[in-house]
Design a protein. Structure first.
Length: 107
C-alpha cells in the first residue's frame, strides 16, 4: 500500500539545521527499510496557481486554492504493508520535521 504523509506548516522552507538533519536521517531510514518512494518540499502557497479548464473554461487564479494559515509544505510518498505501519512512519516523520503531518492512503 502507498501513503501520502503531508507536512503541515504555516511557512515554507522553514526547517532549522537540526530539523533538516533529522529529516535526512528519517529519509535514510525509510530507504533502508524499503518504505521510500519520494519526498520533497513545496514552495510557499503564494506561488500557487489554480487552473480550471473543465469544459474548456480556461480559468486561471493566481492564488492558492485555500486561504488558510496552515498549508502543506512538503510530503513523503511511502510504501507500507498496512495502515498500522504507515501510522508509525507518519509519527516518525512528524517527529523528524517537528511539524504536524496528515496521513492519507493513495488510491
Amino acid at each position: 500500500m502507498r501513503f501520502l504523509i503531508a507536512v503541515i506548516d504555516d511557512q515554507s522552507n522553514s526547517g532549522t539545521d537540526d530539523e533538516m538533519k533529522n529529516i535526512n536521517a528519517f529519509n535514510d531510514t525509510l530507504r533502508a527499510n524499503g518504505h521510500w518512494i519520494f519526498a520533497c518540499g513545496l514552495a510557499n502557497p503564494s506561488n500557487a496557481i489554480v487552473i480550471d479548464n473543465r469544459r474548456g473554461a480556461g480559468l486561471v487564479t493566481e492564488a492558492p486554492l485555500f486561504a488558510a494559515k496552515e498549508q502543506m509544505s512538503g510530503f513523503w510518498i511511502v510504501e507500507a504493508n498496512d495502515e498500522t505501519t504507515a501510522r508509525t512512519l507518519a509519527h516518525g516523520g512528524s517527529k523528524a520535521c517537528n511539524r504536524k503531518v496528515e496521513l492519507r492512503p493513495l488510491l
